[in-house]
Write a protein that binds this ligand. Structure first.
Ligand SMILES: [Zn+2]
Length: 131
């Protein structure tokens, strides 16, 4: 039996991070649909289940790796953005944050200094804001 499974899985992609996240979402959505009796949520969970197994059993490993890499980079960007947002929230009492009109860089200035001229450290554009 074990050999049969191994032979079946030979050359197939297997479970990666994207498939695991899809499986976890399947589980969560199935539990939610169990309590809410929502058929749409149940359908979505089934689609995610099929998607996850389809990826794991796929023989086109190059394409699956590309998808996984894309997923990981999107997730990483989200985590990084969340971290920055949390850091900014923690500093909100002492600093004000402005986006540079020239390059979009976030600039941090101390609060309570009145109208000040801010020079962007990245592109040297000057702009006036209330601190
Ligand atoms: Zn700038």
């Amino acid at each position: 039996m074990r050999e049969k499974v191994q032979r079946f899985m030979y050359g197939r992609y297997g479970f990666d991070e994207l498939s695991k996240v899809a499986l976890a979402a399947t589980l969560v959505l199935m539990v939610v649909s169990l309590f809410t009796k929502n058929r749409f949520i149940y359908l979505v969970s089934l689609i995610l289940l099929v998607f996850s197994y389809w990826r794991a059993l796929s023989k086109n490993t190059k394409k699956r790796q590309q998808e996984n890499r894309k997923f990981l980079s999107i997730r990483y960007r989200g985590v990084a953005r969340w971290g920055k947002w949390k850091e900014r929230q923690a500093q909100k009492k002492v600093y004000r944050f402005y986006k540079c009109p020239g390059c979009g860089q976030m600039v941090r200035v101390p609060k309570g200094r009145g109208r000040i001229c801010i020079t962007c450290p990245k592109c040297q554009v000057e702009f006036i804001r209330k601190s």
